[in-house]
Design a protein around this ligand. Structure first.
Ligand code: SF4
Ligand code: SF4
Length: 200
């Protein structure tokens, strides 16, 4: 049930101020995004159109604490198909940034491991200019568990479960233990400096 007195009419403008959120009000709820989203095959309840509708209605708290915010694979299928150029994947990213800021301010708790994963992923790109799988895993588990030791314990348990599958598919091996750096890491440095400056 929607509690009208709890709606925040400013929420849509808050999202539209974020990079990627600018086209939110262009959505006319056709559902093309949800119908073409590959994730709905795995998570039948996942519905990006609904997240947009809730945002437009001002259901700030419900949107920012919605675990579905964090499952998008950023495949951009919805963005390519949207007749209104809403750029859904970027829009979801804009909402996620608001949720992260709210969590930093102690106003809500994000029930997802995605922020830790995203942070570790970006850190690897910043350091090496490309993804270093083992570094990503180590950083992610450390962040997720709150300490290096606990992180390594969980990581070794998980690797026991699926490590052999990764190995057989050539995703894990001696080579993947070491980072491969891009030659011109100055370019990466500049990109990240630019991103920091954009955040303000
Ligand atoms: S495809 Fe575009 S216009 Fe249609 S519901 Fe999704 S975001 Fe809205
Ligand atoms: S970008 Fe996200 S919401 Fe859009 S189709 Fe891909 S997984 Fe679904």
């Amino acid at each position: 049930m929607i509690k009208t007195w709890e709606l925040d009419p400013e929420f849509k403008y808050e999202i539209m101020k974020e990079s990627g959120g600018e086209h939110l009000t262009a959505c006319f709820q056709c559902s093309t995004c949800t119908l073409g989203c590959p994730l709905t095959e795995i998570i039948p309840t996942y519905n990006p159109r609904k997240i947009i509708q809730m945002s437009l209605l001002g259901m700030r708290n419900e949107v920012l604490t919605n675990p579905d915010l964090w499952v998008c694979l950023i495949c951009q299928t919805c963005t390519a198909r949207c007749p209104q150029d809403v750029r859904i994947a970027d829009l979801l990213g804009a909402i996620r940034r608001i949720a992260e800021r709210e969590e930093e301010a102690g106003k809500l708790k994000i029930e997802s491991v995605r922020p830790s994963f995203d942070k570790a992923f970006m850190h690897q790109i910043q350091k090496y200019g490309r993804l270093y799988d083992m570094g990503l895993a180590m950083e992610y588990y450390r962040e997720k568990e709150g300490s290096f030791f606990k992180g390594m314990m969980t990581m070794s348990k998980d690797y026991k479960k699926f490590g052999m599958r990764l190995f057989k598919k050539g995703k894990m091996g001696v080579k993947s233990m070491f980072p491969v750096k891009v030659k011109d890491r100055e370019v990466m440095k500049k990109i990240f400096e630019h991103m920091e400056a954009e955040k303000g």
